[in-house]
Write a protein that binds this ligand. Sequence first.
Ligand SMILES: Nc1ncnc2c1ncn2[C@@H]1O[C@H](COP(=O)(O)OP(=O)(O)OP(=O)(O)O)[C@@H](O)[C@H]1O
Ligand SMILES: O=C(O)C1=C[C@@H](O)[C@@H](O)[C@H](O)C1
Ligand SMILES: [Mg+2]
Length: 173
Amino acid sequence: MMKEYLFFCGIKHCGKTTLGKIIADMMGCKCIDNDDLAYALMEGYPSIRTFFREQGKQAFMEKEVEGLRLFLQENKEPCIVSLGGGACDNEPLMELIKYYGKSVYLKVSEQVLLKRILVDGVPPFLDVSDPKGSFSRLYAIRNECYGKKCDIVVNLPDYPDVQDTARYLFARL
Ligand SMILES: Nc1ncnc2c1ncn2[C@@H]1O[C@H](COP(=O)(O)OP(=O)(O)OP(=O)(O)O)[C@@H](O)[C@H]1O
Ligand SMILES: O=C(O)C1=C[C@@H](O)[C@@H](O)[C@H](O)C1
Ligand SMILES: [Mg+2]
């Protein structure tokens, strides 16, 4: 068992993937996305979104756990793992990450996140007739959940240069 994992958690588009890669470079380790680990187990499905829609949230959460468990069994190096946006709802996953390392909630304001999310249009998990209100409700629930469950909470500033944000985060890990 290795305790050198950092698990990046947070609400959609908080920067788990972007910052995970930059911080991994700074630390000289690799960065893995748990959505990719889960997707590797979804044979025959063109995307996570399709699997989620057809098989449901519970089946998706089981793939998240299975994908991470298999990776943790085989991997021998320190690593940053970026989790999916809904990881806080997945109790067995949160138990697993508690055992293997330190969880970091990348906290970004609701306004900044909504702006980033809407760049690509209204995603399916928001109400098209009220994207702002539906995101606001989701944000409130997940913000509380990540705030309670994660070992470290980092309030990320909205710097124009993501490298500056990465340096801010790195200094707090
Ligand atoms: N600190 C930042 N400043 C400006 N833009 C950012 C920052 N972090 C992420 N972004 C932008 O926000 C979008 C989402 O970033 P990213 O994919 O890293 O987030 P994520 O948390 O991994 O998202 P998801 O939950 O969808 O996996 C990207 O377009 C990225 O360039
Ligand atoms: O916010 C969510 O609930 C999700 C985010 C994605 O990263 C995926 O993990 C999945 O689509 C669920
Ligand atoms: Mg990501």
